[in-house]
Each structure stands twice: as C-alpha cells, then as structure tokens.
Design a protein around this ligand. Structure first.
Ligand SMILES: C[S@@+](CC[C@H](N)C(=O)[O-])C[C@H]1O[C@@H](n2cnc3c(N)ncnc32)[C@H](O)[C@@H]1O
Length: 301
C-alpha cells in the first residue's frame, strides 16, 4: 500500500464513510465537514473525538511527557517481573498475529515502536504496517527509530476506540499496554475486531496479575504500587464473532495477552434442535422454560 493508497483507505472514524483528499494531499475532509490534517512527516491526525474524553486526554498528556524515558522505564518493569526476556516475550506476542510476508497489519497504541519493529519484520517483503498512537511524541519517536526497508509503513494519530478504516481492512491487529486505561474499552475491542477480515487475528494484552498469584507477598506489593495490576482481563469486552480464543499470562504472570480469530458472524446456537431418541420433544428452549417454571415455583413457596 503506497502513501496515496493509504490516504484513500482512511475513512471517517465514526461513520466509516469516504473522506475527500485535498489536491495538495495535506488534509482529508469528512462528509460532515470535519478536517484531518496530514503532518509534515506523513503522520495523519485522525484523532477522534477532536476533544478527547478526560481519561484519554490524560493518557495522551502523560505519554507526550514521558516519551523519552519510556523505553528504559518499560524495560525495567519487565526486568522486575521474573527477570523476563522482554525481546523474546514481544516476539511471542507478535507470533500470535500469524503474519506472513505481504500481509497488511495494524498496530494500535504502537508507542515508541518496540513491537512495531517485529511486525515490520514479519510482513516484509512487500507487506504493509499501519502504526497508530494517541500520543504524537510517542509515535514520532517510533517513526524516527523504525527501519522501513522492503516494507510499507504508514502512521496515524488515532484513538483505538474510533478506527478510521472500513470493515475487514487488515489481516491482523495488535495492541499491547494501554487498553486498561482506554475510556471506551468495549468500543475499542469492537473496533479492533471490525477492521480485521474474517479468519484474521486480533492480539491484545495489558497488565492483569493472574488470579492465583494475587495473594503472594511480592505480587501484593505490585498490586499496591500500581493499581493497573489489579485490572481484570476484559473478557466481557470480546465481541461475539470470534473463535479460537486463547489467553496467555506473560511477564511473570503479571500481564495477559489474548488472541482470537475473527469470524464473519457470531456462533449460532440451535436451541430448538430436538434431542434424538426421546418419545417426547426435548430441546434447549424447553429445558430453559422448565428451569424458569421450577424457579418461579420455588420463589412462590
Ligand atoms: C504502555 S504504552 C505501550 C506502547 C507499546 N505498545 C509498547 O508495548 O511498548 C501505551 C500506549 O498506548 C497509547 N494509548 C493510550 N490510550 C490510547 C487510546 N485510547 N488509543 C490509542 N492509543 C492509546 C499511549 O499513548 C501509549 O503510547
């Protein structure tokens, strides 16, 4: 995907309708008159809403301040967690995307590009990586660092809960490290899934200490020191149209990473299929109705 093709692929982050590209290629305008600017280094500002919700604005501010310290700080975190091999764990997470040369991948919350570098390696030669973040400073650092030989790389500033792409645009999508604090987390899961083609992969991870470790003294210290470790794995946010869901604990069982394959539709449950070989009709619907009757009988007692 070339830069003009990338601009062409961008749509309105809420209605997913086409944008009009200015003749000089420096801005895109939606049907309702909202303009998105293309920066000097090619990073397109697709942030939505224009005035971020307070939690997202706060995260953007924090990362914009911390971008120069970020790489060192995050490596220290992983060193404290079971002396984890950060590079090997990041390789493991990216391997879950099942990327192949020539594929098209999206990363949301790419930060300074630590995982992006591995995504680029997987899709080259000839593939495309689209990298995005909420923080201009983090994403600019990623752009400065990454080696883009033999691969197409495009950047946009974006909110993971409002992705500016049509359905089924990507072979795989990746996010690591920020979703705990997204103001609209459920919407982000819907968006990450929507833009992946059926059969493609979604891989998402963040802090969450495994339940069986939470009573250990050193983990209790972590839980006190950083409330983000108390987050639960957001299983309830996973959309219905997925299969082969797997959950892994990584970095000393203090982070999770989930992977799933996108399906065209949600699984179908046939609640009316009769159980064979019975001399009366029996199926899930009748069993549920019977359970209801039994419940209301016991409530009336
Ligand atoms: C802990 S960093 C992780 C960066 C990178 N994925 C890594 O593993 O090093 C979290 C990143 O998520 C970004 N972020 C936070 N909220 C976001 C949102 N609503 N949409 C997109 N990115 C967001 C932050 O700007 C930050 O760069």
């Amino acid at each position: 995907m070339t830069h003009p093709e990338f601009l062409d692929a961008l749509v309105c982050p809420t209605t997913h309708t086409a944008l009009t590209i200015a003749d000089d290629g420096k801005s895109l305008t939606s049907q309702d008159g909202v303009t998105y600017e293309v920066g000097d280094t090619g990073i397109v500002n697709m942030l939505y809403p224009k005035e971020l919700l307070p939690g997202d604005a706060h995260e953007q501010y924090l990362y914009d301040q911390a971008f120069l310290r970020y790489d060192r700080g995050v490596s220290w975190v992983f060193e404290t967690l079971d002396h984890s091999d950060e590079a090997a764990t990041r390789q493991f997470m990216i391997s879950l995307m099942d990327l192949k040369p020539g594929m098209t991948a999206l990363e949301v919350g790419a930060g300074t590009g630590k995982d992006s570098a591995l995504i680029l390696e997987k899709v080259k030669p000839g593939g495309t990586a689209v990298l995005s973040d909420l923080s201009p400073n983090m994403l600019k650092l990623a752009q400065d660092k990454l080696n883009t030989a033999e691969v197409n790389v495009h950047y946009f500033l974006g909110n993971g809960s409002y992705l500016p792409f049509k359905d089924d645009t990507f072979d795989a999508v990746f996010h690591f490290g920020g979703i705990n604090t997204f103001s609209e987390r459920k919407k982000a899961f819907d968006e990450l899934t929507r833009v992946v083609r059926p059969g493609g992969k979604v891989v998402v991870g963040d802090e969450s200490i495994a339940p069986w470790m939470r009573s250990q003294p050193t983990y209790q210290t972590l839980l006190k020191a950083n409330p983000l470790f108390r987050a639960e794995v957001p299983m309830e946010d996973v959309p219905a149209n997925v299969e082969n869901f797997k959950l892994h604990y990584i970095f000393g069982n203090a982070f999770y990473v989930m992977e799933y394959t996108v399906r065209e539709n949600a699984p179908e449950i046939d609640i009316d299929l009769p159980i064979p070989g019975k001399d009366f009709v029996d199926n899930w619907r009748l069993r549920a109705e019977k359970a209801n009757d039994t419940m209301s009988e016991s409530e009336n007692e």
